[in-house]
Design a protein around this ligand. Structure first.
Ligand SMILES: [Zn+2]
Length: 243
């Protein structure tokens, strides 16, 4: 018997990416802005079961997807960027795009411009990832030289520097003397870039936020209270496509 006009299940109509994970025990559904619905299945999972699983979560999935639709997209504004300004690092470049053959995006830094060669088919995600890689290499160098210079100027020491992508913090200082800085600091004005480094370096003396800590920080950064206040708003300097 042929069933006609059967209601198409969500799994038939909805695009999703499938990922197999050897650590997964159950099927999990995730919705994120970049990829939409992502279905993670354990190894050797019987995939013919997926349509009914997805169908049973239809409401949840649709709610999640609508929620993302109402947020401004990561690539909605200032994309692709025609400038990259990294005041923290003192680097300001125009970005020029040209079409190239082949499949890989090419990025080349000239004096005051980035030359980007784009294949006919390229993805925003790939282009953003390439920018991030370039920005991280700039950040590493400028954090290294600023940390060394500020440490020498103040006598506040660190053992090791790590420049990382931190989700919620601009920096940290560990009891072992590791100074960790967020690579996104290069998007901040130079005064805030320096302030964060001085804040973390002051933890080499006081591993807390006591009155003594703030007094020390103000000694090495006289405008510390104003900078600290300004830092609360500093996420606005980061472009939406960054992560
Ligand atoms: Zn602190």
């Amino acid at each position: 018997m042929v069933t006609k006009n059967r209601e198409r299940s969500l799994a038939d109509t909805l695009d999703y990416s499938l990922r197999e994970s050897c650590r997964a025990r159950n099927v999990t559904l995730k919705v994120n802005r970049a990829q939409g619905l992502v279905v993670v299945v354990p190894e050797f999972f019987d995939r013919t079961l997926l349509p009914s699983i997805i169908e049973s979560k239809r409401h949840w999935i649709e709610n999640q997807l609508t929620r993302f639709d109402s947020l401004p997209g990561k690539f909605d504004c200032d994309w692709p960027p025609d400038r990259l300004d990294l005041p923290g690092a003192g680097i300001f470049v125009d970005v020029h795009y040209s079409e190239i053959s082949g499949e890989r995006i090419r990025l080349k830094q000239r004096e005051d411009a980035l030359e980007v060669g784009l294949p006919v088919t390229y993805s925003n995600e790939n282009l953003a990832a390439l920018f991030v890689r370039w920005i991280r290499s700039i950040a590493k160098k400028s954090c290294e030289s600023a940390a060394a210079e500020l440490s020498a100027g103040t006598g506040l020491l660190y053992n090791r520097l790590s420049v990382r992508a931190q989700k919620t913090r601009w920096g940290s200082y560990s009891s072992k003397g590791t100074l960790s800085l967020n690579y996104k600091l290069v998007f901040l004005p130079r005064r805030l870039f320096r302030h964060v480094i001085l804040h973390e370096l002051s933890h080499s003396v006081h591993m807390n936020h006591s009155a003594q800590f703030w007094a020390l920080l103000e000694k090495v950064d006289p405008d510390a209270p104003a900078h600290d206040e300004e830092l609360n708003q500093a996420w606005k300097y980061l472009p939406a496509w960054l992560d």
